[in-house]
Structure formats: C-alpha cells, structure tokens
Ligand binder design. Sequence first.
Ligand code: PMM
Length: 272
Amino acid sequence: MGRPLVMGVVNVTPDSFSDGGRYLDPEAAVAHGHALLAQGADVLDIGGESTRPGATRPLAREELDRVVPVIEELARAGAAVSIDTMRAEVASAAVRAGATIVNDVSGGLADPEILDVAADTGVTYVAMHWRAHSDRMQDFTFYDGPVATVVARELADRVAAAREAGIAPAQLVLDPGVGFAKTPEQNWELLRDLAAVDDLGYPLLVGASRKRFLGELLAGPDGTPRPVDDREHAHVALLALLARHGVWGVRVHDVRAARDAIAVTEGLVGPS
Ligand code: PMM
C-alpha cells in the first residue's frame, strides 16, 4: 500500500483512558469495529487489557473472554484483525479466532512465549518499545542518551529476541511506544528523531491518538491538560507529518480523521 495503513482501535476494556467501558459489551465492540471499517480502517486492533498509566492487569481468562468473541465475529465478516495483547495464551487464541497481526506492546518482554506464537503461526508481529507494566512504567523514564537512540537500541534487542525465536524479518513491525515510560517532552523528542528508529530497517507503527502528551501540549492557562476527547485536531496535524515521514501504519481511534490527514499528505506530496 502506498499510504500508511490505518489501524482502528477497539478497546474491549472497562478502563482504557480514551474509551474505557464504551465497548466492553461484545455487541458494542463488534458494532464499533464495523463503524471503523466503514470509516476506512484497514485493520482493527482489538485489545482486552488497558495499558493506561497506573492500570492494573486483568486475568488472562478475563482478557480471553473479552477479545475472542469479538475477533471471531469481525474476522468472520472479513475484517483484518490485530490482537493487542502481551500474553502468549491470548495471542494464540486470537490467531485461532482469525487475527493475522499480534500487537505486543511489550515487544516480548512481558511474556517471551508470545514470540513463539508469532514464529509458529507466521503472523505479523508488532514489537513496541516498553519497559514495565502500566502500574510502574512512569518510574522508568530515565534514558542514558537521546531518547530515540536509546529506544532504537532497546528495540534492536527485541528484534534479536524475535529473530532468535524464529520470527522472520518480513513478519516484524516496530513501534516506538509513544507514551510508554516516557514524559511528554521525551515523546516529542522521540517523534522528532524517529529516523533513529527507522534506521533499524523495519516498518514503523505509531500510536499517538488521544495520548496525554497531546493533552499537555494543549493545556489551558492553569495547566490543566486538554481532555481526552478534545485532542483530535492536534493528533490529525501530527498524523499528516507522520504520513509525510513514511510510517507503515498509524494506530488511531478516529479513523475518518486519520484517513483525511493521510489524504491531505498524499495530495501535497503524492503517494508515499
Ligand atoms: N498504545 C496503546 C495500546 N496499544 N499498541 C501499539 N502498537 N502502539 C501504541 O502506541 C499503543 C498500543 C494505548 O492506547 P489506548 O489505551 O488508547 O488503546
């Protein structure tokens, strides 16, 4: 595809920061998936664990019960489905249910056996930059050099682990992990120097949609961050720049806005 792939987020969780609780009911999640497809989503990223800073983890059983019926239904309807999980058990069940992408925000650190699932099934594997589970990740914001350089180095380690497990280079996508163990300033520094991560030579996925660093950027005069549901204009501006950069994909909540931003970039510079 000439343009970045648009991955629409379906959070089947009670507590995600952006849409927690809205799609916990499987029928509501499936309907939301169809709505995102109608808006032009190329892939639906279905997740049953919130990674919001401070979140506590669901049990594996809860996570499975949330995502598997939704994946089955949407895959049966012909959607390309990605499973957003850090657990091998959930990834494996999701692939059996029809998912063709495993999106692991921990890059194999939380549950190394997830790498074997990706290797054995041949699905696309997204390895994101991550340092700790959400209840502790903001304690891990020390970078002993330029953020993007350190992120690239740590992602290179995840690539090595993935390759060691038998994942082929053509299966791998990397994600710099915007908002994960990073302060707002560090997120900007990372996005500014994304080329350092690009230099690893793998397709890049970026998820900045509705994240706190946008809220902080747009804070009111009293310092209150802009609320989650009022960050889309800023996100669209960022998406246009990311599309210009040539990223492989963007993970977004508002698919229509993302497609519009990408269309504008293509109109200006031609297909990437
Ligand atoms: N961010 C969230 C969840 N999953 N996956 C990838 N690959 N990249 C991300 O940046 C990412 C992710 C957190 O956002 P959400 O709670 O709105 O889903």
